[in-house]
Design a protein around this ligand. Structure first.
Ligand SMILES: *Cc1c(COP(=O)(O)O)cnc(C)c1O
Length: 390
């Protein structure tokens, strides 16, 4: 596979990301942290981050410190928050690169303080309270001690507490009772923070679904991943502005081969699908090594020559077969696996529905031998307007 003639590629429209980030800022009227973890949800972390900054993202969010350091190495100089550390994390590197880190526990505060003494500068520290997700963060019982320890570290000049935050369990289900409970618990946690004398720059709770659907949860900052890439975190839930987002990712390939097969021919490993009548099939040269879910076997559709075509039989490691029906198309014909959906091509959500998963997983899992390329790389009013108008 040469770079000039890829078998298959991920095409990322950076004007779409800029549009989405601007829309999020405008509709929520808050600062936006664009979450670019996991290689920008499969869209390419560095390019996505650059587009997000151009559109006014005052913060970037990543899970791991290494991701934040990669953003710095690529030249990003804005605020960056990380939130998933393990014991022995290199907090000194975070301090040297002006990266905000998150503590969930007293042990982490102690590690951050030790790193501050090594570097000779205070760490930027945010505190996470577990308001009910039971994942990261201090429980309500642990919270007062975490806050007190962080205040002591601040008084000692070893940290600056820059933020306090939490994360929803069910913000994509606006009527779920956990949402009200978590927001109330967050407000109670902020009272503890205030009483301890901490004055964080930012308090934040909302992810994409809450940013769209729950205005009371927006506080100083919304942490938006999925929506920045143009996807709906709560498909089918009314009352959001998700239809104004533009999906940024297209995955496309070219048919390696087409042929006629007779009635009764079994297709792909295990012959889990058999042609009921004579048909034409096309070979798509990407497989589960590229992140095509094997669960899509005989379930998903792709877009070829103006129509949706069903996947037939099992997805293989490098390839899968689509049914072209009566159409005797030439090898080399373009196949759109997912796209924004404007021309009838399947969306990430269509693949998620076919595979019993969420659109987050569909876009994030692409990899293997897929090449990633970008369109509308440079910020220009003309291209952004063109993409907004689609
Ligand atoms: C991934 C993540 C987000 C972004 O969630 P979206 O639903 O994609 O907006 C926000 N906050 C935290 C803590 C995360 O881990």
């Amino acid at each position: 596979m040469s770079a000039a003639h890829p078998h298959a590629e991920i095409v990322v429209d950076l004007a779409a990301i800029r549009h989405n980030v601007r829309l999020l800022r405008q509709v929520t009227s808050t600062e936006v942290m664009v979450v670019v973890k996991a290689n920008g949800y499969g869209h390419g972390m560095i390019h996505s981050a650059r587009a997000a900054r151009e559109a006014g993202a005052s913060w970037l969010g990543v899970a791991m410190l290494d991701e934040a350091l990669a953003l710095r190495a690529a030249g990003d100089t804005g605020r960056i928050l990380t939130w998933l550390a393990i014991p022995g994390e290199d907090y000194a590197e975070a301090i040297r690169h002006d990266i905000d880190v998150t503590a969930y526990t007293l042990a982490e505060v102690a590690e951050v303080r030790a790193a501050s003494r090594v570097v000779g500068a205070p760490a930027r520290l945010q505190l996470k309270v577990d308001t009910g997700l039971s994942r990261g963060g201090a429980t309500e019982q642990q919270w007062p001690d975490l806050v007190a320890a962080s205040r002591a570290a601040e008084v000692a000049g070893e940290v600056t507490v820059t933020g306090v935050w939490s994360h929803f369990a069910a913000s994509d289900e606006p009527d779920h009772p956990a949402n009200d409970r978590q927001e109330a618990s967050f407000l109670a946690a902020l009272k503890v923070v205030e009483a301890a004398g901490l004055t964080p720059e930012v308090t934040h709770l909302a992810n994409s679904a809450a940013a769209l659907l729950r205005p009371t949860s927006r506080f100083d900052l919304v942490r938006c991943g999925l929506t920045a890439y143009g996807l709906d975190p709560a498909p089918g839930v009314p009352g959001s502005f998700a239809e104004r987002l533009i999906p940024a990712m297209t995955v496309r390939a070219r048919l390696a081969l087409t042929k006629a097969i007779p009635a009764g021919a079994g297709v792909s490993y295990g012959h889990t699908w058999t042609a009921a009548e004579a048909t034409h099939v096309g070979l798509v040269p990407i497989g589960y090594a590229e992140g095509v879910p094997r669960h899509a076997s005989s379930r998903a559709e792709v877009f070829v020559a103006g129509s949706r075509r069903p996947v037939r039989g099992r997805i293989c490691m490098d390839q899968f077969v689509v049914d072209l029906g009566a159409d005797d198309l030439p090898a080399g014909t373009e196949v759109v696996i997912i796209g924004p959906g404007r021309h009838g091509e399947p969306t990430a959500q269509d693949w998620a529905t076919a595979c019993d998963t969420i659109n987050y997983e569909i876009v994030t899992r692409w990899g293997g031998r897929l090449r990633r390329c970008y369109v509308n790389e440079t910020e220009s009013l003309a291209t952004d307007e063109a993409s907004d108008a689609r």
